[in-house]
Design a protein around this ligand. Structure first.
Ligand code: ASP
Length: 324
């Protein structure tokens, strides 16, 4: 990667890639949130484009479908002035059986600066990162991590509540299959929040006992004193076998409706990374209530947050190392 004139205020990161929240120190995470705050007003300005990443190339490589994340990275890249290429995975050589490693070599030959990857296998982004010379951003790998989702969630919470430290934040539902949950647990605990996981025993992994969080299998009790409630999608596509008796029963015990919401703090706010299963993990009356729901703000804030991440990765490092 060639050197670029980085703005003095760009965040400097010690790692080349953003594969998981552990790639960031607490200070780096806070600096990224602060930087996103600077980009947020730009999104409602009439001219939305900066030229910080002019001449840089961002490749979006999504092996799993995505509405929000892919378009958010595309917009963020374009607003920073980068050339953005969306690889059409289904119609490319990858659909003909090319391995991830061959794909990496092909992409590397095109000398991109930033590669955003989503893949159904945990660890795929890390594997790719070892084979290319540019910065890799994990946009979701299997059940492992989705670090920019956690950053945009933390950014949204801090904007609405003024802080993260000391808040009680519940993450509810299908924890077991959720990369959003894993990244959020890491980041929110790093930033000083008290995190409570709420879900049925079949959907809370045993390893969560070591994540430094509270665990509750009773949603009504678990919601007590919560400042923020983050609902997760029931990820039926990743479930093998009947982990829940039925979606109706799941909603009865773990779906967030107005009655259960009343058990949290009176000023509690509700989040969901999307896509939502309405009537399964969240009731429309809660999801669509602008007094409590941050769901649209999460999407809007996601672009500013990703602008900060792209800028930081592109401007922090001028050389990359590749495995032979
Ligand atoms: N969009 C998020 C993800 O890709 C959450 C979800 O799919 O439920 O992990």
């Amino acid at each position: 990667m060639t050197s670029a004139a980085a703005p003095d205020s760009a965040v400097r990161l010690s790692r080349r890639d953003l594969l998981a929240i552990d790639d960031l120190t607490r200070a780096e995470a806070i600096a990224l949130l602060d930087r996103a705050e600077r980009f947020a007003p730009l999104l409602s300005a009439s001219v939305k484009k900066l030229d910080t990443l002019r001449g840089r190339t961002l490749i979006n490589l999504f092996f799993e479908t995505s509405t929000r994340t892919q378009s958010s990275f595309e917009l963020a890249g374009k607003r920073m002035g980068a050339d953005v290429v969306n690889m059409a995975v289904r119609t490319s050589a990858m659909a003909k059986g090319e391995t991830l490693i061959d794909t990496a070599a092909t992409l590397n030959a095109m000398s991109p600066d930033l590669l955003v990857v989503r893949h159904a296998s945990s660890g795929a982004a890390a594997l790719l990162a070892r084979k290319v010379s540019c910065s890799v951003i994990n946009a979701g790998d299997g059940q492992h991590e989705h670090p920019t989702q956690a950053l945009l969630d933390a950014f949204t919470i801090r904007r609405e509540k003024g802080r993260i430290e000391g808040l009680t934040i519940a993450i509810c539902g299908d924890i077991a299959h959720s990369r959003v949950a894993r990244s959020n647990v890491r980041l929110l605990t790093l930033l000083g929040a008290r995190v409570r996981l709420i879900g049925p025993p079949t959907l809370v992994p045993a390893s969560a006992a070591r994540w430094g969080v509270e665990i509750s299998h009773d949603m009504r009790r678990g919601l007590e004193a919560c400042d923020v409630i983050m609902m997760l999608r029931l990820q039926l596509e990743r479930m093998q076998g009947g982990l829940i008796p039925s979606q109706r029963e799941f909603f009865w015990f773990y779906g967030l409706d107005e009655d259960k919401l009343r058990l949290a703090k009176p000023d509690a706010l509700v989040m969901h990374p999307g896509p939502m299963n309405r009537g399964v993990e969240i009731d429309s009356r809660v999801a669509d209530d602008p007094r409590v729901s941050l769901i649209e703000k999460q999407v809007r804030n996601g672009v500013a947050m990703r602008m900060a991440v792209l800028e930081a990765l592109a401007c922090s490092r001028t050389t990359g190392e590749t495995e032979p």
